[in-house]
Design a binder for this molecule. Sequence first.
Ligand code: AQP
Length: 331
Amino acid sequence: APRVFSGIQPSGGLTLGNYLGAIKRFVSMQDEYPCVYCMVDLHAITVWQDPKDLVHNTRELAAGLIASGISPEKSILINQSQVPEHAQLGWVFNCVARMGWMQRMTQFKDKAGKNAQNASLGLFGYPALMAADILIYHATHVPVGEDQKQHLELTRDIAAKFNHDYGVDFFPLTEPVIEGAATRVMSLRDGSKKMSKSDPSDASRINMTDDADSIAKKIRKAKTDPDALPSEIDGLKDRPEARNLVNIYAALNDQTVEDVLAEVGGQQFGTFKPQLAELAVSKLSPISHEMARLMDDPAEIDRILAKGAAQAREITAPILSKTYEIMGMVR
Ligand code: AQP
């Protein structure tokens, strides 16, 4: 049976990249499929998190998803650590995944940087836990941004190796859902870098909690080239900053990039940027207001996550039991 799973790390505030790359798809998929959306706190701690920040960021992320249109009545909303089967299956997958597979993961290389010996073991093993997050629900579809493609291929490799090693057809081969005009939103300061919540420069990203003035200012100051916008998509080749702003516009307005260029082709950035800012504010400010309102009642958010965890465990507990049984663990 089809099921959707996806997760976001409570390792900082939500960015426009998370919203356009992932959350917008989360919202549209909940009318078609049963969905589980997860604040992956166990992933966040692969890099040190101040406990006070982690509590706040987890609640704010949940508020962000709800404010964006995810209904706790339709979808299951959880934080990962409240559903222990994620970590339990994660251990099993640590024993299925191969060191060589993990060493090829580009996100580990990017995040660990030059000092990989000093990275946590958890950061290295992250993709095996991510595979467990997905497969503990037998999820078939995973909406994500482009940067997660390699991890989803690894998830399929882990499922296939488990099925092969135990001679079963138990874990499904999951499909990534990488759709929309902005599957890879880039930094506003550097068109070759992904927009990221952990970038030291706040000007590089739009945060979901930014007010109208700072959104407008960040867009006005976004790096661009001096040329006018093209009217055809080919004209965005080798213009990463221009392409990024057009992609953001298209995704926010639910248009194709071609349609946007047909309208704005020939404009200078001095004309285009204020329109983009206005569009961004009109789409994001209702969400940030609703987030702030929800954050006034953190106990209610905690109740939603606790209820989600109870619903989730009805799915995850039997799948973990069956996994252990297949592997020969005495029950
Ligand atoms: N810039 C982006 N463009 C499109 N999609 C993006 N996503 C993240 N950044 C972009 C998608 O958002 C989902 C959640 O990501 P995450 O928080 O779990 O991890 P991440 O990819 O590591 O995100 P960040 O913002 O870059 O966090 P840090 O800075 O902590 O590493 C995923 O579906 C991701 O593809």
